[in-house]
Design a protein around this ligand. Structure first.
Ligand code: ZN
Length: 420
């Protein structure tokens, strides 16, 4: 972790500042803390492999004891949840190899790790809507010279950082990624959102940050799994409560209690969600309308006002609380001219080639994926072809022109380096 992150980090229990305990085992440089113990007036918390662990669950206590014993390697094992030595050694071998991919490390974490459909995340319908909304909202409130004084973003319950990646260019300093699952944060920092500042914490309690530390706070595809919804929204609002103007809170893809959906969670009704924001104005959008905008290639129209009937019949909702009127407008969707990582063929396609033409056929990993994410058929064609020479030029850093339509349709996607 960066030393200057201590400026915004606070104990979730006493609200006090944290400092590194210099009298016991630690590894640090002038700018970063690798391993050590942080202390406030009430608690101590470990820093494990550069990630502060700001909760008191059993694994965190074990990790802290290992750090105090001068065994940061055992602390890392405790936090990634590998207890048997052979499992831990498999992870460590994968982690220490520079050629390991995101997929290799997920596999080394074993079937107990919720890897799920991570490989297909960048083109699933939930993600493409969230990515468009995040790009529009964060771009409007954080990007450019017209932005307010605080341009830092936080992604709460951001998992392995697929959406945090979208914040890397607009957040300054680098975005914070907060999640309870240490292994996901570790993967995000290495692969999906390199440069982000990961913090391990529990979204069901007070978030370990100072009031007003951020200009933008978001939670995507996770809020229906948070039981303590009222304090959680209160915390997101506190995090963006700046001295002059409040910042922006965005919740994307939270399920609707009135419409069943797979992995339903504990959702509220549209009215119930709006009620959580109390005195802060919030605008609620049905995801279906936003999805139609994305499939059409934009613009993403956040000037729309969805009526109660539209909201009540949509399976997923987006909530935006911001005083910044620039958000509630149509936002053009453009294909980036250069990838953040590397352009590659979407792993949902089976490919065959005669050397000149690559033939692609859409193939879902299983029926469950198709059931939950089959709406991707609205932009992913069943079959298509790519000129092999054009693909090679693109992969070598050439212009996107020839293949921009396939990029827009997500047949070719911009993936992190060493993703699979
Ligand atoms: Zn404390």
């Amino acid at each position: 972790m960066r030393i200057d992150t201590l400026e915004i980090l606070r104990c979730p229990f006493c609200g006090g500042r944290l400092e590194l305990v210099e009298s016991i085992f630690h590894r640090r440089t002038a700018a970063e803390i690798g391993d050590g113990v942080l202390a406030c007036e009430c608690c101590t918390f470990p820093v494990v492999d550069g990630i502060p662990v700001m909760h008191l669950q059993a694994n965190a206590n074990d990790a802290r004891a290992h750090v105090e014993d001068g065994r940061p390697d055992f602390a890392l094992r405790a936090m990634v949840g590998l207890e048997r030595p052979e499992d831990a050694e498999r992870f460590e071998a994968a982690a220490q190899s520079e050629t390991s991919t995101f997929r290799d490390i997920v596999e080394s974490l074993g079937p107990g790790f919720e890897g799920g459909y991570f490989l297909y995340r960048f083109s699933d319908p939930t993600f493409v809507v969230a990515q468009a909304v995040v790009g529009a909202v964060a771009g409007a409130v954080l990007g450019g010279a017209a932005a307010g004084a605080n341009r830092r973003a936080i992604d709460v319950c951001g998992g392995s950082g697929h959406l945090t990646r979208s914040l890397l260019e607009v957040s300054s300093p680098a975005p914070v990624l907060a999640d309870l699952y240490f292994a996901k944060l570790w993967l995000a920092r290495r692969f999906t959102a390199p440069g982000c500042e990961p913090v391990c914490c529990d979204g069901n309690g007070a978030l370990p940050f100072a009031r007003g530390a951020f200009g933008y706070a978001m939670c995507s595809d996770a809020f229906m799994f948070i039981w303590t919804k009222r304090p959680f929204i209160g915390e997101l609002c506190r995090l963006v409560d700046g001295p002059q103007t409040p910042g922006t809170v965005l919740v994307t893809h939270t399920h609707n209690q009135l419409v069943w959906s797979p992995s339903h969670g504990n959702p509220l009704t549209p009215k119930g969600y709006a009620n959580l924001f109390e005195t802060r104005p919030v605008r609620t959008f049905g995801e279906a309308g936003l999805f139609r905008d994305v499939v059409a290639g934009g613009p993403l129209d956040l000037s729309r006002v969805d009526d109660a009937a539209t909201l009540d019949t949509d399976a997923a909702l987006t909530l935006i609380a911001t005083p910044d009127a620039r958000v509630f407008a149509p936002h053009p969707m453009t294909v980036d001219a250069a990838p953040r990582g590397v352009f590659r063929v979407n792993p949902l396609y089976q490919a065959s080639t005669d050397g000149t033409t690559m033939r692609l056929r859409l193939k879902f990993p299983d029926v469950d994926y198709e059931y939950e994410y089959g709406a991707c058929r609205q932009y992913l064609p069943e079959e298509t072809t790519i000129d092999v020479a054009a693909l090679k030029r693109l992969e070598a850093g050439g212009a996107i022109d020839e293949l921009s339509d396939l990029i827009r349709r997500r047949v070719i996607i911009d993936l992190p380096r060493h993703y699979y």
